[in-house]
Ligand binder design. Structure first.
Ligand code: TPP
Length: 356
């Protein structure tokens, strides 16, 4: 029996290894060595700081907008970590952590949110698709690429991230259905951060869990504590191994919380109260891992301060590099939609030129 099997949905249990107080559940062993855990915690600290900087840069008018991943670091760091070279991720728009883990330079991520599409270009050999703003569309792409890989006999796994809100989209269900029928090597990673902008999870679906939606499509689903790095690593690792060995897709629901606004264009105080946020604060994925590492003598204030200083320097560098890239030519908006511009686009381009 696999480690996570008894946690499959409808058995009513969420898979958790590391409790919010930083201690392991009885009988559980960490899925990572101490060295790996320290290294992933450092990544999480870096990502938290980069995410905070991105928010500040938008407030200073240097970014167009930004969708923070504050609180969702364990979901993204843990799941991206277990992928291998050649595996693909298909993110939504809140995946700073996952994309950094996959090797996208911070400079590119910043460039994208500054409004420069060149930020979407992954360096050669980095298997990350661009940000998908239309909600729930990227699971279809992940299934398509996984299916193509399967036909070609390549041992590639695709992993797509999306939110609880995306599970109400038809695209999500089409992707799940196709993946189930054709047993594509796809991991559907739903970050259930409790809200789709202002719509709470309970208004999204009458299902008890999002993970159980996998049952209808004939494959496994599991609900994990998305703020527990160890649970995320274990569940994703099993799903990846299953996919790579021909066992088909898995839906993972990472139960987490979005601490920040939906995007910088959102004011969450309009739809959620402090009372709703409070219980999540002690469940912060960084707090519990820090407590765990401290108890093992692997972490301390000094180390954290050193890491934070290093991180800030790296972030400063990414900001400088992104800001030194020349702004795109507004004509590009028209040039690259079709191979050849339509008469309407030509007309609009002429109009734009006349106003510039
Ligand atoms: C097709 C489509 N409809 C509506 C929107 C506007 N919109 C942007 S994000 C969002 C909510 C997404 O919620 P969820 O899938 O839970 O992801 P989260 O933002 O919480 O990470 C909506 C409705 C959109 N971008 N695309």
């Amino acid at each position: 029996m696999s480690l996570t099997e008894e946690y499959y949905p409808l058995k009513g249990k969420m898979f958790q290894m590391l409790k919010p107080d930083g201690t392991l559940q009885p009988g559980m062993k960490p899925p990572l060595s101490d060295e790996e855990t320290v290294s992933l915690f450092k990544k999480m600290v870096f990502i938290r700081l980069a995410d905070q900087r991105a928010l500040m840069l938008q407030r200073q008018g240097r970014f167009g907008t930004y969708a923070p991943c504050w609180g969702q670091e364990a979901c993204q760091v843990g799941s991206a970590y277990v992928l291998q070279k050649g595996d693909w991720i298909f993110p939504a728009f809140r995946e700073l952590a996952a994309t950094v883990m996959m090797g996208i330079p911070l400079k590119s991520i910043f460039l994208y949110w500054m409004g420069n599409e060149m930020g979407s270009q992954a360096p050669d050999g980095i298997s990350v698709m661009p940000v998908a703003i239309p909600v729930g569309t990227q699971p279809l792409h992940a299934v398509g690429v996984a299916w193509a890989a399967k036909i070609k006999g390549e041992k590639v796994v695709t992993l797509t991230y999306f939110g609880d809100g995306a599970t109400s989209k038809g695209d999500f269900h089409e992707a799940m259905n196709f993946a189930g029928v054709f047993k594509t090597p796809t991991i559907f990673f739903c970050q259930n951060n409790q809200f789709a902008i202002s719509v709470p999870r309970k208004k999204q679906t009458a299902s008890a869990t999002l993970a159980q939606k996998a049952i209808a499509y004939g494959f496994d689903g599991i609900q994990v504590d998305g703020n527990d790095l160890f649970a995320v690593v274990t569940a994703t690792r099993e799903a990846v191994e299953k996919a790579r060995s021909g066992g088909g897709p898995t839906l993972i629901e990472g139960v987490t919380f979005r601490f920040g606004p939906h995007t910088t264009a959102d004011d969450p105080t309009k739809y959620r109260t402090d009372t709703e946020i409070e219980p999540w604060k002690p469940r912060d994925p960084l707090i519990r891992l820090r407590t765990y590492l401290k108890a093992k003598g692997l972490w301390g204030e000094e180390i954290e301060q050193g890491i934070a200083e290093e991180a800030q320097k790296e972030i400063d560098k990414a900001v400088t590099e992104a800001e030194s890239v020349p702004s795109p030519d507004p004509e590009d908006i028209f040039k690259y939609v079709f191979a050849e511009m339509t008469p309407q686009l030509k007309e609009q381009l002429e109009y734009l030129k006349s106003t510039l």
